[in-house]
Ligand binder design. Structure first.
Ligand code: ARG
Length: 580
């Protein structure tokens, strides 16, 4: 694979080998740029291991490396650090390779099949701000995995099964007792009954609070739920209608957020594997009986925290959320050949997933060949640092949040943009929301601040879009003036050099983001390189530059940074408007 830093590392490793030392080599960007572009710190440990003087060893290596055209200079500092400055030719070649194919900065030698479970909306319930991060982070991680060369399968994992479904059906039954669904002679014929998503949203909180307040109602809901799970014809048909209405609504909102899934499965689909899985678990002898419940003990000798057993079936006969997730693993590993399964939920679900993963390993549903990975994330709070609420104290629907941010972005747009104004405002709003959401490290909480997040000058999605659109418009102008640019042929300014060094560093950042399963470094990187480019833009007049070689190099540089920003923004799930 053509990637410049690993080529350099290979050169160093080869020359070390020719001196008799077979060691892996990594070099890192220098933290003192005045001394060099990169630094190699591997000499000291090798010298120590072999009882040699590190400076002498460093000198021997440098003498060999000096012959390579990749280096402008190599110097030894301190106890044996080697500072490396790259030749212009090396940097220019790298940039021209990026101009041809920006993806060389992304692809890694990692080719896993990763199943991602994110989104997790609940049927008949509103999609609220609590669902935002799962969708944003999950979608971005999927795109990151694809960019580095992994195959992904993504499931929205609908919460479509369980007691709340019984409650909602009971509430509908109370309101419309005469519906055919509730008659004993009903066998699945089509029913002329329409229920909208608004109806469901109105109904759900009423249904659940009634059940919580009245044990009789709760019992009735449980019974309905039990019958639903056993495919009672009327309840099942009504349930299917409710799921369909909910999914249609949720799909629209996910589409607005550039979030998509390969599978629209739900807990109910996993439930279909429950009997098979239970038979297996009994066979494996991992299920215990405890106070009428069926449990799997998941304690481990080294636990320093309390680790409660996983409850598969509660004493009232209800199958748990844990059992559903175990059945989900069962289903997924039987259907697909997977290397890893990644889960994206609020970090407060960590115990749940620890129990499920342990039960899965204990019962050998999964072995070492499949890695189960919990990716918990922090909470998005309101501007005051408290849970995000609407003005009247309710949970903030995701749609309201998006509408509010769209309005704020629209206000900041130039009045001259009249065509597609609303659609552009929405694209900008999605950028503002996503960037703010992905910028903190995955597990960190943050406060939503609409003014800050939509600011055109700051570490914001708006700023990044605005800058990227300006790069594109520069390239459009060049094209309109028939200015051609084939490649970079020279580096004329310090800022260009800084931009190129930042580009060289990208592949490392991509790898680390994948390893940390967090987009924060990519967000920081985008801001850094965009700022560098903006410095370059204000320092130079690209289109009117008189030296043709300089002008065409600058245009090529602009094209690379534009392509790269587009690629990075796309990983974050952010689209770029034509104008803004
Ligand atoms: N529906 C769940 C919730 O709202 C999230 C689902 C997460 N995924 C999973 N496999 N449990 O909390």
């Amino acid at each position: 694979m053509n990637y410049k830093i690993s080529e350099i590392e290979q050169i160093i490793a080869d020359n070390l080998a020719s001196l008799g030392f077979h060691e892996p080599v990594t070099i890192n960007p220098s933290n003192r740029p005045e001394l060099g572009d990169y630094q190699y710190n591997g000499i000291m440990p090798i010298a120590k291991k072999n009882g040699l003087n590190p400076i002498e060893l460093a000198e021997k290596l440098v003498t060999k490396l000096e012959n390579y055209p990749e280096f402008k200079s190599l110097n030894i500092a301190g106890p044996g650090f080697i500072n490396i400055s790259f030749s212009d030719k090396f940097l220019i070649d790298f940039m021209n390779a990026s101009l041809k194919d920006i993806t060389i900065n992304y692809k890694q030698d990692i080719h896993k099949t990763i199943f991602l479970d994110y989104g997790g909306p609940n049927v008949a319930k509103i999609l609220h701000v609590g669902h935002l991060r799962s969708a944003n982070i999950g979608e971005a991680l999927k795109r990151l995995c694809n960019a580095i060369g992994c195959h992904t399968i993504c499931d929205v994992h609908l919460g479509d099964w369980g007691r709340p479904m019984g409650m909602v059906i009971l509430e509908i039954k109370t309101r419309y007792p005469d519906l055919p669904y509730f008659k004993s002679d009903y066998h699945g014929e089509p029913v002329d009954f329409t229920i909208t998503n608004e109806d469901l949203l109105e109904l759900y909180p009423i249904a659940t609070s009634k059940a919580k307040e009245d044990e009789n109602i709760m019992e009735e809901a449980r019974k309905i739920n039990y019958e639903l799970q056993n495919k009672h014809p009327g309840y099942y048909a009504l349930w299917q209608k409710i799921v369909e209405v909910s999914i249609n609504e949720v799909k629209k909102l996910y589409q607005d957020l550039n979030v998509s899934f390969d599978l629209w499965e739900g807990e109910s689909d996993n439930f279909a594997y429950m009997d098979e899985m239970f038979a297996y678990l009994y066979d494996k002898n991992v299920i215990e009986e405890s106070n009428g419940a069926q449990i799997i003990s998941v304690k481990m000798p080294n636990d320093n925290k309390e680790m409660p057993p996983l409850i598969l079936v509660k004493s009232n006969g209800a199958v748990s959320y844990e059992a559903t997730d175990l059945a989900a693993i069962w289903e997924r590993t039987h259907k697909f050949k997977l290397d890893e399964i990644w889960y994206l939920t609020d970090k407060r679900q960590e115990l749940h997933f620890t129990q499920v993963f342990r039960a899965s390993n204990k019962s050998a549903i999964t072995n070492d060949d499949i890695k189960l990975v919990f990716n918990g994330f922090g909470t998005m709070n309101g501007p005051d640092g408290k849970p995000f609420k609407t003005r009247d104290g309710g949970v903030m629907p995701l749609k309201t949040l998006l509408d509010n941010v769209t309005q704020a972005c629209e206000k900041r747009m130039l009045p001259t943009i009249t065509e597609n104004r609303f659609a552009i405002a929405k694209t900008i709003a999605v950028a503002a929301i996503k960037y703010a959401d992905l910028l903190p490290y995955r597990t960190t909480d943050y406060n939503f601040d609409i003014d800050k997040f939509t600011d055109l000058n700051g570490k914001t999605g708006t700023y990044l879009l605005y800058s990227t659109v300006r790069m594109k418009s520069l390239l459009n102008k060049a094209e309109a003036n028939n200015l051609s640019y084939q490649e970079i042929s020279k580096i004329s300014t310090d800022t260009e050099k800084k931009i190129i060094l930042a580009m060289l560093d990208l592949k490392r950042i991509i790898k680390r983001s994948y390893e940390n399963r967090s987009l924060n470094e990519i967000c920081e990187y985008l801001y850094k390189i965009t700022n560098l480019y903006n410095n370059f833009y204000s320092e130079n007049k690209v289109l009117t530059e008189e030296n043709e070689a300089t002008k065409s190099s600058w245009l090529a540089l602009t094209k690379i940074i534009y392509d790269n920003n587009s690629y990075l923004l796309n990983i974050l799930g952010i689209n770029i408007p034509e104008k803004m």
